[in-house]
Ligand binder design. Structure first.
Ligand SMILES: Cc1cc2nc3c(=O)[nH]c(=O)nc-3n(C[C@H](O)[C@H](O)[C@H](O)COP(=O)(O)O)c2cc1C
Length: 169
C-alpha cells in the first residue's frame, strides 16, 4: 500500500474512533496562561496515578509545556463546545473567552465548568514521531459528577446526559 493511501486510511480510522475532549493548560515562563484543545488524552496507571497526552511539534507553546514541568487537564463538559473550539483556533486570545483563575495549589490556569480537572506534574516525556508524549503524575483531582462529559467523533461534538450514569449507579 502506498504511504499516502496508508496515511489517509489511518486518519479515517482514527477520526472514526470516538473520544472525549480536554483542554490542557500550563503557566508559561512569563507567567502567562497557555492552553490547547487535546483529544489524545488517556489514562495510563493507577499506582502511581498516571495519564498521558501528546502534543504536535508544530504547537507554538510546546517548549513551554515540556519545560514547565506541570499542567492541568480539563475533561470538558458537554456544554463547553465553544471554549473547546476557541482553544484550537489561531489568533484568538483564548483565555479571554472563558472564566479561569490560577490554582492555589499549583499556580496552574483552571478553566471553570469542566467535568473534571486533573493537576499533574510531568512524570516523563517521550519523543514519538511528529509528537511528544507527556506523561503526567496526577496530584489533584476535581470532578463535577452533575456535568455530562463531551464526546468527539468525526469532527462532531456530543454529550452523554448525566442521567445515563445515574441510572447505572
Ligand atoms: C478536538 C480537537 C482535538 C485536538 N487534539 C490535539 C492533540 O491531542 N494534540 C495536539 O497537539 N493538538 C490537538 N489539537 C489541535 C490543537 O488544539 C491546535 O493545533 C493548537 O491549539 C494550536 O496551538 P497554537 O496556535 O498555539 O500553535 C486538537 C484540536 C481539536 C479541535
Amino acid at each position: 500500500m502506498a504511504d499516502e493511501q496508508k496515511q489517509q486510511l489511518f486518519k479515517d480510522a482514527m477520526g472514526n474512533y470516538p473520544t472525549g475532549v480536554t483542554i490542557v493548560t500550563a503557566t508559561a515562563s512569563n507567567s502567562e496562561p497557555i492552553g490547547l484543545t487535546v483529544n489524545s488524552f488517556a489514562s495510563v496507571s493507577l499506582d502511581p496515578l498516571l495519564i498521558l497526552w501528546s502534543i504536535d511539534h508544530k504547537v507554538s507553546t510546546i517548549q513551554e509545556f515540556v519545560k514547565g514541568g506541570k499542567f492541568a487537564v480539563h475533561i470538558l463538559a458537554g456544554n463547553q463546545q465553544d471554549v473547546c473550539m476557541n482553544f484550537a483556533k489561531k489568533g484568538v486570545d483564548r483565555f479571554s473567552t472563558c472564566e479561569w483563575s490560577f490554582s492555589p495549589e499549583h499556580n496552574l490556569p483552571i478553566i471553570e465548568g469542566a467535568f473534571a480537572v486533573l493537576q499533574c506534574k510531568i512524570f516523563k516525556t517521550v519523543e514519538a514521531g511528529d509528537h511528544t508524549i507527556l506523561i503526567g503524575e496526577v496530584d489533584d483531582i476535581q470532578i463535577d459528577t452533575d456535568k455530562d462529559p463531551m464526546l468527539y467523533h468525526r469532527r462532531h461534538f456530543a454529550s452523554i446526559p448525566a442521567e445515563f450514569y445515574n441510572q447505572k449507579k
